[in-house]
Design a protein around this ligand. Structure first.
Ligand code: ADP
Ligand code: MG
Length: 238
């Protein structure tokens, strides 16, 4: 269970500020999508929440506690990237259990958690395969399985579907939403694809050049875009 409070967060690389004072509150269980053109700062914001980038100014709190200085491992957050980065020499089962093994979880418990995640993701029949023997969609499910077994407070997705073909992308959208309905884990999902944002989000955050342009439900953004940028971005084809 996690609510997130992002307060006036800024990020600079050397003299260049790329995130200009972003504030955003995310409720427990919400599925929030950050959307915006390439280079607008989506990944940077996500990576700061995950602890993979330090925060130059401002703060991020989870359930009321500031996490700025916690290392990634201590944040209880799982991140799924577009490149699945599975271990090629390990079976699906080992891939899914590896982070638990590193954390010293007993084998019996790892097996239970892997099995229950495999059930949720329809991977039970593939547990003994290696990543090279899987389709793109199956690999993406294994990547999600690795995140789920840790039972994290928060899921972060960075363009998880952009390497998949169009048909599979549409299928995986509904699988990710079903997963969210089952687990109710607070989720921040990054995409540059407006259609993905409009069809998947409880709430959309439209970013542009390092700031938030508008936040609202898909209907709110569609009906009442506050800026020309939002209107043209939401209205343009993917
Ligand atoms: P998005 O994910 O929306 O495409 P990013 O968060 O990756 O955007 O990048 C935001 C801005 O920060 C871009 O201008 C990018 O060039 C810059 N940037 C990202 N990472 C670095 C880095 N490690 N060093 C310098 N600039 C970076
Ligand atoms: Mg990115």
């Amino acid at each position: 269970m996690a609510s997130i409070a992002i307060q006036d967060v800024r990020k600079s690389y050397g003299p260049l500020e790329v995130i200009h004072g972003v504030s955003l509150d995310i409720d427990d269980g919400e599925f929030v999508i950050l959307v915006g053109p390439s280079g607008c700062g989506k990944s940077t914001l996500l990576r700061m929440i995950a602890g993979l980038e330090n925060i130059s100014e401002g703060q991020v709190a989870v359930n009321g506690s500031v996490i700025n200085h916690l290392p990634p491992r201590a944040r209880d957050i799982a991140m799924v990237f577009q490149s699945y980065a599975l271990y090629p020499h390990m079976t699906v089962s080992k891939n899914m259990g590896f982070s638990l093994k590193l954390a010293g979880v007993p084998k019996r418990e790892i097996d239970e958690k892997v099995l229950s995640a495999a059930e949720v993701l329809d991977l039970k029949h593939l547990l003994d395969r290696k990543p090279g023997q899987l389709s793109g969609g199956q690999r993406q499910r294994v990547a999600m399985g690795r995140a789920i077994v840790r039972n994290p407070k928060l899921f972060l997705f960075d363009e998880p579907l952009s390497n998949l073909d169009a048909k599979l992308r549409v299928q995986m959208r509904s699988e990710i939403k079903e997963l969210h309905q089952q687990l109710s884990t607070t989720t921040v999902y990054v995409t540059h694809d407006q259609v993905e944002a409009m069809t998947m989000a409880d709430r959309i955050v439209v970013m542009n050049s390092g700031h938030i342009e508008q936040t609202g439900t898909p209907m709110e953004l569609y009906d009442k875009p506050l800026t020309r940028f939002v209107a043209s971005f939401i209205g343009s084809p993917a």
